[in-house]
Design a protein around this ligand. Structure first.
Ligand SMILES: [Zn+2]
Length: 80
């Protein structure tokens, strides 16, 4: 029985809840987008991961949905 292997990118993405521009039950941490610097609310995991990177002197790895879409430019035809 073969299972499709997930890329590391997919694995990483599946850990994250979706950041929202407003506070929600899960998204309670304010985090600016590393690209457009718009303030978003993220969950504990995403905030923690971003904090680690920033503490290590790296750039803020967080990208808001708009910046991700702009970067990835998903094709309109997606197979399910
Ligand atoms: Zn952004």
């Amino acid at each position: 029985m073969l299972r499709r292997l997930m890329t590391s990118e997919e694995k990483q993405r599946s850990l994250f809840t979706h950041p929202t521009p407003y506070r929600t039950g899960l998204n309670t941490y304010m985090l600016p987008c590393g690209r457009c610097e718009e303030i978003y609310y993220v969950d504990e995991i995403l905030f923690y991961l971003a904090s680690i990177a920033i503490e290590k002197g790296k750039d803020n790895p967080f990208r808001c949905g708009a910046c991700i879409n702009e970067f990835e430019r998903p094709s309109p035809q997606r197979s399910h």
